[in-house]
Design a protein around this ligand. Sequence first.
Ligand SMILES: *[C@@H]1O[C@H](CO)[C@@H](O)[C@H](O)[C@H]1NC(C)=O
Ligand SMILES: *[C@@H]1O[C@H](CO)[C@@H](O)[C@H](O)[C@H]1NC(C)=O
Ligand SMILES: *[C@@H]1O[C@H](CO)[C@@H](O)[C@H](O)[C@H]1NC(C)=O
Ligand SMILES: *[C@@H]1O[C@H](CO)[C@@H](O)[C@H](O)[C@H]1NC(C)=O
Ligand SMILES: *[C@@H]1O[C@H](CO)[C@@H](O)[C@H](O)[C@H]1NC(C)=O
Ligand SMILES: *[C@@H]1O[C@H](CO)[C@@H](O)[C@H](O)[C@H]1NC(C)=O
Ligand SMILES: *[C@@H]1O[C@H](CO)[C@@H](O)[C@H](O)[C@H]1NC(C)=O
Ligand SMILES: *[C@@H]1O[C@H](CO)[C@@H](O)[C@H](O)[C@H]1NC(C)=O
Length: 436
Amino acid sequence: MSPSSLLAAALLAVSSVRLAYAATAQVFAPPSRNPLVQTANYTSFSNHTLNDKKVVKGKVFNRIIQVWLENTDFETAASTPIFEALAEQGILLTNYNSLTHPSEPNYVAAIGGDFFGMHDDNMYHIPSNITTVVDLLEDKDISWATYQENMAADAFYGFTFSAPNYASPDSAPYPYYVRKHNPLIIYDAISQDADRAKRIRTFNDFANDVVNGTLPQWLFVTPNMVNDAHDTTIDFAASFLQYWFLPLLTDPRVNGEDTLILLTFDENETATIQNRVWTLALGTAIPLKLRGTADDTLYTHYSSLSTVQANWGLKSLGRQDTNASVSNVFSFVAEKTGYKNVKLPAMDVPHFNNSAVVPGALTSAQFVPFAAPNLKAHGAGQGGVLTRPGLNEKLTVDKLPKPVNQLALNRTTPWQMSPETTSGKSIIPCQDATCA
Ligand SMILES: *[C@@H]1O[C@H](CO)[C@@H](O)[C@H](O)[C@H]1NC(C)=O
Ligand SMILES: *[C@@H]1O[C@H](CO)[C@@H](O)[C@H](O)[C@H]1NC(C)=O
Ligand SMILES: *[C@@H]1O[C@H](CO)[C@@H](O)[C@H](O)[C@H]1NC(C)=O
Ligand SMILES: *[C@@H]1O[C@H](CO)[C@@H](O)[C@H](O)[C@H]1NC(C)=O
Ligand SMILES: *[C@@H]1O[C@H](CO)[C@@H](O)[C@H](O)[C@H]1NC(C)=O
Ligand SMILES: *[C@@H]1O[C@H](CO)[C@@H](O)[C@H](O)[C@H]1NC(C)=O
Ligand SMILES: *[C@@H]1O[C@H](CO)[C@@H](O)[C@H](O)[C@H]1NC(C)=O
Ligand SMILES: *[C@@H]1O[C@H](CO)[C@@H](O)[C@H](O)[C@H]1NC(C)=O
């Protein structure tokens, strides 16, 4: 073939691959007729178990709603119409970074202030002496819940959950729910406490809680594996936002007075570059003059912890939430609460795309026990470090033993479980090949 016909053949090959992909690509279908109407497509209906009517006032916002989408590079989201339009309503955080790859450690870190060396998406649990934002919130009587789309039932403990494929009923059941995107279930301090576990809720509960006026003050929302762009595309996620997110923005029961909404992504898609993710702060708490602006302060997923601490004057976890270089408070909150953000010289900005294995309790290759938090740390809320029962305060980072390669001993970290484990009651450490 001549060079030009080679090129033509190559282009044809590329375009037919695209066509084949387009033909099999998933098309968004709404799981219900309205985000506030419960649906059988979500498997189980609400138990109406919350009664959160009390509002603890914050300095800048009274409610924070985090919505996490998946695996998308900054520019990809930034050039998608719905995201562009949303940016007009809020503050685009143009230097907000995810912490590592892959997904699960980012979710775990966003509520616990560390990912404890985790560098995969395996099935783990974290002992009950380890604190999370939930402890900080309850310490000040602030209500909270997570809403997980297509989770089988409240506090469902399984690794994944497949439900009938509502978009394509003739297809096999679809694994819409994954535990790795549900950080609250991973911490025993939450999932093994019956009162707290009922706050790990389904999207049918979300509909119920909005309609019933019992939506809590701190929310962590995880759309299912197609709606969050994980198994699909940014355009698919955009359709989901149009169906689910946009109507809620104009609903005073959700985006009521002084509400902060954080729309973000767990991680950047391309691992070899800085892990910047498109993140928008919007909601009624955003001052009018700041809507449609950008903020290039260095933030990370730890910033959502420090911002919440600054807003409600909470204690801290004494982990990376108190590491000033990676936990700047969102500027508009820092200004009103008197917190001083740090500005790192460019050469000192960490590479958050570094997926090298670091020692921790949640890695088998370089296992060390969980260390106590730094009890002398100062967080953005100025309230000291909160601890939980069962903590060995003396086991500080500097007292940890040398890392052990558990894999060489034919076992995993004791905090890894078999994906077959379905109940928090019988925790089976993972000792075989299925755990790798
Ligand atoms: C389930 O989703 C499908 C696809 O969007 C929709 O046609 C159907 O009405 C939904 N069922 C219910 C009960 O909402
Ligand atoms: C994240 O990845 C995308 C696409 O590869 C890239 O354009 C973007 O600049 C990345 N973020 C940073 C901060 O490099
Ligand atoms: C409601 O409670 C029952 C009994 O505890 C439980 O079996 C069911 O899964 C719960 N439903 C939801 C949506 O959590
Ligand atoms: C509100 O919750 C109560 C139970 O607490 C339940 O009986 C009622 O059906 C709920 N209302 C709505 C509109 O879901
Ligand atoms: C992380 O991103 C930086 C900056 O783009 C790059 O120099 C580095 O090689 C990346 N690291 C990894 C492990 O990919
Ligand atoms: C704070 O974060 C930086 C950047 O990730 C890191 O190098 C440093 O070790 C951290 N400090 C502590 C005390 O963990
Ligand atoms: C936390 O609890 C676990 C389980 O009881 C225990 O193995 C570990 O030593 C404790 N760690 C600290 C720092 O207290
Ligand atoms: C680990 O398992 C392999 C294969 O079963 C065996 O050859 C090896 O001796 C075991 N190592 C240890 C430390 O038990």
